[in-house]
Design a protein around this ligand. Structure first.
Ligand code: NAD
Length: 424
């Protein structure tokens, strides 16, 4: 007998509602472990913090921050920190839950966590951004730590922000604690290969999915939504493999070129002016036209809830690679399946980031750092092993790759839950 959570009101397509329906779909494949499934439908711990800072003009501003630890049955919490004006507790809960599934899907010894601040970092000076980061870190310092919960970058956060987080935590505990965050700069205990790891993982899983579909990457047309850390790196790797990036959308707009956009020019321009800054290289079109662009592969790599029922009907892609977390709402997932579009789900597709974060954490503890080739070879191996196991599960039960990923992951999480037993 379990009551519904009182502090969220999810809808069918909201992030937490999407996650709950993904869990419901896996229950028939859990056998006796289904008895424990309610544990996945509520976060272990959720902290809401006030983040007050003095702005450059002398006024005091308050921001709302969160850190949610969804599940720690298999190890410490792990998950990024997002700075975005639309962040909510419900969104962070869903993102933390997807981390639980993801770390278990690739069999890393972690649980799932996530954090965020409701702030538009583009409106802050560098000094204000540092203050927000440090105060937030100090406030969540009571629940994070190298052995308890390890944050990392996500939307609008980067290596510099991780350096401030590491420094703030270290100052508060009175000793340098490099292992408290991952995605740090290289000379502060960061790992080679971390910046590109998520995009590389999207490429590795996408290459394998294309191979299984009999799709040649040479000449394949790709549309990418979100051109930040994940989207731009994935686009570059696919272009190196001979694919054409025919449509790109970011927060500034949408650019298309059926002959393929020149990434060597687009990537640097997008960092300062957004993708619409590259007018010379393609046509700027209305944002909704992105979803009609003729393509073979669609890579959502921005925010949740982007592939709606209507957009799932429109897309010409045969393969969707979920670089973003939660980009496809459940009804759209069903439409894509009916239309024969293969979806490689977020919880395996974008797991490259957390995998190299794990390498970074291990290297920090041993104070022994690996070269980039070693990182990439190990990343490739872990992602391929996980994907092959998930594919076998999907074939065995005739289920989607998403439900198969949940089946593999939930079995690991709930077995750990059962073996640990309930305290007291
Ligand atoms: P980022 O901040 O580097 O880039 C985000 C991109 O999305 C930017 O290009 C931005 O312009 C674009 N964007 C924002 N709002 C948009 C909108 N309304 N329409 C179209 N584009 C929009 O973030 P990132 O790290 O690349 O993360 C992107 C996604 O990947 C998120 O869902 C994140 O949770 C997920 N992810 C990131 C990592 C990581 O290691 N960074 C790991 C796993 C998953």
């Amino acid at each position: 007998m379990s009551e519904k959570l009182s502090f969220v009101n999810p809808t069918a397509n909201s992030p937490w509602g999407t996650y709950l329906s993904q869990v419901d779909r896996v229950v028939p494949y859990l056998g006796p472990l289904a008895r424990w499934v309610e544990t996945l439908k509520r976060p272990k711990r959720a902290l809401i913090v006030d983040v007050p800072i003095e702005m450059d003009d002398g006024t005091i501003a308050h921001f709302e921050g969160y850190r949610v630890q969804h599940n720690m049955s298999r190890g410490p919490g792990k998950g990024g920190v997002r700075f975005h004006p639309d962040v909510t507790l419900e969104e962070v809960m869903a993102l933390s839950a997807w981390m639980t599934i993801k770390t278990a899907a690739v069999n890393l010894p972690y649980g799932g966590a996530k954090g965020g601040i409701r702030v538009d970092p583009k409106k802050l000076s560098l000094q204000e951004l540092e203050k927000v980061t440090r105060r937030y870190t100090s406030e969540i310092g009571i629940i994070i730590g190298p052995h308890t919960d390890i944050p990392a970058p996500d939307v609008n956060t980067n290596a510099q922000i991780m350096a401030w987080m590491m420094d703030t935590y270290s100052m508060n505990v009175g000793g340098t604690a490099t292992g408290v965050v991952t995605g740090k700069p290289l000379h502060l205990g960061g790992s080679l290969g971390r910046v590109k790891a998520t995009g590389r993982g999207v490429f590795v899983t996408g290459r394998e999915a294309a191979r299984r579909l009999g799709m040649d990457l040479r000449g394949a047309r790709i549309a990418v939504q979100g051109f930040g850390n994940v989207g731009s790196v994935a686009a570059e790797l696919f272009a190196e493999a001979g694919a054409k990036i025919v449509a790109v959308q970011d927060h500034t707009g949408t650019i298309v070129n059926p002959n393929g956009l020149d990434l060597a020019k687009l990537v640097p321009i997008s960092r300062t002016d957004g993708v619409v800054g590259f007018k010379a290289g393609g046509d700027i079109v209305p944002n909704e036209d992105f979803w009609n662009a003729a393509c073979d592969i669609l890579i959502p790599a921005a925010l949740e809830g982007q592939i709606t029922a209507e957009r799932a009907q429109k897309t010409t892609a045969k393969l969707v690679l979920e670089g973003a977390n939660g980009p496809t709402v459940p009804v759209a997932d069903d439409i894509l399946a009916e239309r024969g579009v293969l979806v490689v789900p977020d919880v395996i597709c974008n797991a490259g980031g957390v995998t190299v974060s794990y390498f970074e954490w291990v290297q920090d503890f041993s104070s022994f750092f690996w070269d980039e080739d070693e990182i990439n070879v190990r990343l490739d191996r872990i992602m391929m092993n996980a994907l092959n196991q998930i594919w076998d599960t999907a074939d065995k039960h005739k289920i989607s790759l998403r439900t198969a990923t949940y089946a593999v992951a939930c079995e690991r999480i709930l077995t750990a839950r059962q073996e640990r037993g309930l305290y007291p």
